[in-house]
Ligand binder design. Structure first.
Ligand code: SF4
Length: 185
């Protein structure tokens, strides 16, 4: 797999930056399950793609560790100010759309042997069906959050040129596609 061709697909489909990470650079911690349970974002127990409904963190971390490579990517949204909650939500929606475009671009190349994680809260529906105790409306499209798999995005991004914070009045969201080159050699 031509790494430069692969990362170009990410930026061509809306990512601000995308870069290869090796499995050894991906920092995981079970602490993220406790952080999610603190419900600072309001999605804990309210979104099928977030904890606790997304699954147990231990087996999910084991699943992630099976992929030797990943492409970490980011989008940067503009805010009116640091209290612009509406702007943060809109930037999350925009990031989720970029993730869907990336998914459509890379899946034909990577097949089923990939794991695509993105920002929390899914953002595909205006209100997640979980809030009404209904099944997920788009189970083939919905993508779980990086944090639900225990990914420490800040520490992982330090192995790349992707900056975790990108200036005043911006919000940065991340995603990562994990894959195995062997499946596609
Ligand atoms: S696709 Fe809709 S129903 Fe399914 S997890 Fe995402 S927001 Fe919830």
């Amino acid at each position: 797999m031509d790494y430069e061709h692969l990362t170009r697909l990410f930026t061509d489909n809306g990512a601000y930056k995308a870069e290869l990470v090796r499995q050894s650079d991906i920092v995981l911690s079970t602490e993220f399950r406790d952080i999610c349970a603190g419900n600072g974002c309001g999605n804990f127990g309210k979104c099928w793609m977030c904890p606790p409904d997304v699954g147990e963190i231990g087996p999910m971390m084991e699943q992630l560790r099976r992929y030797p490579l990943g492409i970490l990517y980011q989008t940067i949204g503009q805010l009116e100010d640091s209290f612009d909650i509406e702007g943060m939500g809109a930037a999350g929606d925009a990031h989720a759309q970029v993730s869907q475009r990336i998914q459509r671009a890379v899946k034909p190349l990577l097949g089923e042997h990939m794991l695509h994680l993105t920002c929390g809260g899914c953002h595909l529906c205006p209100v997640c069906a979980k809030r009404d105790d209904q099944p997920c409306r788009h189970p083939d499209l919905a993508l779980p959050s990086l944090e639900s798999y225990g990914v420490d995005v800040y520490q992982t991004s330090r192995a790349t040129s992707l900056r975790y914070i990108n200036g005043a009045n911006t919000v940065t969201y991340f995603g990562m596609v994990l894959y195995s080159e062997d499946e596609h050699a």
